[in-house]
Design a binder for this molecule. Structure first.
Ligand code: C5P
Length: 224
């Protein structure tokens, strides 16, 4: 049901995967369905927030009711430009998007024709959007995601620190009922004071509601 947990707060949610062009008809992408991020955008809007949903490869997903604006993006650089342009006066960023770490260094202007038995692509490192936000964090609350297949807590804790986050949602994408596809997820929340909260397997919609509750509590504490 509708609450006022985030009433008057400006929230950016990123969702889905990025697409890095190789040529005009091909891209490098990932399996992110966008469901987690769309569920978070919906939950934040229900909690009264002014939500900007920056969506990657999710053309098939309908914009949730109450979301103030949706910006569809392709590449990581496009996502960065959209997020950066709303960052300064926003209160909370929840970055659930699966961002490509590398892009084709020189996307071809025309469709690449098949010829040799092998094709070598040179990749260039993408900017880490969330790391950049963490570097210039002022009043904002930053929540990141970490999808891992091993050493979940160790890698998650390292990301929380490196990216200067207020909370990290870590999930083992190799576990049954968790991760990119599907409607459920199994998450562990990590916090900067070293505490953690392990959640049971739950619907992404329910997990989104819990994430919004924790985010609102962190915001309230910061603004005390
Ligand atoms: O890819 P990684 O595990 O480092 O992602 C952790 C968090 O950082 C996620 O919230 C993701 O959206 C964000 N990220 C980003 N820009 C990147 C890579 C990751 O904002 N280039």
């Amino acid at each position: 049901c509708r609450t006022s947990l985030l009433k008057g707060k400006k929230v950016i949610v990123t969702a889905g995967g990025t697409r890095e062009p190789i040529d005009p008809v091909r891209f490098i992408g990932n399996h992110s369905s966008g469901r987690m991020g769309f569920a978070i955008a919906k939950a934040a809007a229900f909690a009264g927030a002014d939500v900007t949903l920056v969506a990657g490869s999710n053309d098939h997903l309908k914009t949730p009711a109450g979301v103030a604006r949706r910006i569809d993006v392709g590449s990581t650089n496009d996502m960065k430009a959209a997020v950066d342009s709303y960052y300064d006066d926003c209160d909370l960023v929840i970055k659930s998007a699966a961002v490509a770490d590398y892009r084709s260094a020189h996307p071809a202007a025309n469709k690449i024709k098949k010829s040799d038995e092998t094709l070598t692509l040179t990749m260039a490192k993408n900017p880490d959007i969330l790391y950049g936000l963490g570097q210039r964090k002022a009043h904002q609350v930053l929540i990141g995601f970490a999808a891992e297949t091993t050493n979940l807590i160790e890698y998650g804790t390292a990301k929380l620190k490196k990216k200067n986050l207020d909370m990290l949602v870590a999930n083992d994408v190799s576990a049954e009922g968790a991760g990119f596809q599907g409607t459920t997820n199994i998450a562990t929340f990590l916090f900067p004071d070293g505490s953690m909260e392990k959640l049971e397997k739950m619907d992404k919609e329910d997990l989104a509601a819990v994430i919004v509750e924790r985010a609102a509590a962190i915001l309230a504490k910061k603004n005390q």
